[in-house]
Write a protein that binds this ligand. Structure first.
Ligand SMILES: Nc1ncnc2c1ncn2[C@@H]1O[C@H](COP(=O)(O)OP(=O)(O)OP(=O)(O)O)[C@@H](O)[C@H]1O
Ligand SMILES: [Mg+2]
Length: 348
């Protein structure tokens, strides 16, 4: 093959690729590989360009055995790590010295690595979340069979705690299933017509006992009559229930949770008619360092308090996915010591 043909061929490979012949020099390199390894790599000895020992070994192997080999190459552009799978394929009859050359192709597998890391983290998180209540349950069962066997008062107290822990596990499994369902239908647009005003009224009524217990004043400010959006009413109920519940649980010390329903003809974020629903509390607020991660699964701003209140840390993750499915937006603003505002914007 002429060197022009080799250059043409390498340039057409849609990922970083280069060719090393039996003189161990890089005889061709495409633009992507120059972006990855530097502009002046052509003509150089491959080991001075690809410094990672396992990559050098792999190319040498392929040159010697005239066969196929592969390995991994890690690169860092200063901002983030990128993992490449490096495939070496031997081609006969190419190169300065007769014999052949190795085609070296770099495939970016970073997203695969990230996905499997996320899966591992998720399994670790779920196991940890389940193990905590399970450990408590096992401990109390032991106590009830042993030392507390004939102590009626202790038995009552322990059974109460055991019930709470069992409910926590049940809620966790329920939330996980709910998250799974929401994620799997995130691309299916909802079709129901939902009156947001009526929905918010009904949610407030349902949460009234919770707010009364916490001595929190719940209020709704909304225009007269129905405010219609295209949505999934069960899912929207889940969204606002969690936001109002969070307001009561974590912001209740401020004494009030206010819900505002504001329809608008044109919203900038949505680029069209929308409704904004704000859930406003005057509680302790959330430190700015937590805000970007608040909607991650199992993320809690105040770990201890959230667990104590029986939270699974999945609520806002579910909220985010449901809002995404509705092509809406979720905004969180918070001032430490002053309270938080959670805003859901839905297209109308
Ligand atoms: N209004 C609020 N004021 C202060 N902190 C809040 C507020 N809302 C949420 N948070 C913080 O964000 C965290 C995540 O909330 P999220 O709803 O995802 O989980 P949760 O309430 O702990 O669990 P779940 O909703 O499943 O019961 C909470 O644990 C809490 O620390
Ligand atoms: Mg919650």
């Amino acid at each position: 093959m002429s060197s022009e043909l080799i250059d043409e061929f390498i340039a057409a490979v849609p990922m970083p690729a280069l060719m090393v012949d039996q003189t161990e020099r890089i005889i061709a390199a495409n633009t992507d590989s120059k972006t990855l390894l530097g502009p002046n790599i052509q003509g150089r000895h491959f080991a001075t360009i690809l410094r990672q020992p396992q990559v050098i070994d792999t190319i040498e192997n392929s040159l010697r055995s005239k066969g196929h080999t592969k390995t991994r190459h890690l690169s860092n552009d200063g901002a983030q790590d990128t993992t490449f799978e490096v495939e070496c394929r031997y081609m006969n009859g190419i190169g300065a010295v007769s014999g052949g050359a190795v085609l070296v192709v770099f495939q970016d597998v970073t997203h695969l690595e990230q996905a499997s890391q996320m899966r591992r983290d998720f399994v670790a998180n779920v196991s940890h979340e389940l193990r905590t209540p399970l450990t408590a349950l096992m401990g109390f069962i032991e106590t009830l069979r042993g030392p507390a066997r004939d102590d009626a008062a202790a038995r009552e107290r322990f059974l109460k705690i055991m019930t709470d822990e069992a409910y926590r596990m049940n809620r966790l499994v329920g939330d996980l299933l709910s998250l799974n369902r929401v994620e799997s239908e995130e691309r299916v647009r909802p079709t129901e017509q939902v009156d947001i005003n009526g929905l918010l009224q009904s949610i407030l009524n349902a949460l009234r006992p919770l707010s009364d217990d916490a001595s929190v004043e719940l209020s709704l400010t909304a225009p007269e009559g129905p405010v219609m959006v295209t949505g999934d009413s069960d899912q929207l109920r889940q969204v606002f229930t969690n936001l109002v519940e969070n307001g009561i649980k974590y912001g209740g010390s401020g004494g009030s949770v206010e819900i505002k329903l504001i329809p608008s003809e044109r919203n900038i974020a949505i680029r069209g008619p929308a409704v904004r629903v704000q859930v406003i509390d005057k509680g302790p607020g959330i430190d700015a360092v937590h805000l970007p991660r608040l909607t991650e699964r199992f993320y809690r701003a105040d770990n201890h308090r959230s667990r104590q209140l029986g939270g699974t840390g999945l609520g806002l993750a579910i909220v985010k996915h449901i809002v995404n499915r509705h092509r809406g937006r979720l905004r969180v603003e918070s001032d430490l010591g002053k309270g938080s505002v959670f805003t859901v914007i839905l297209p109308r």
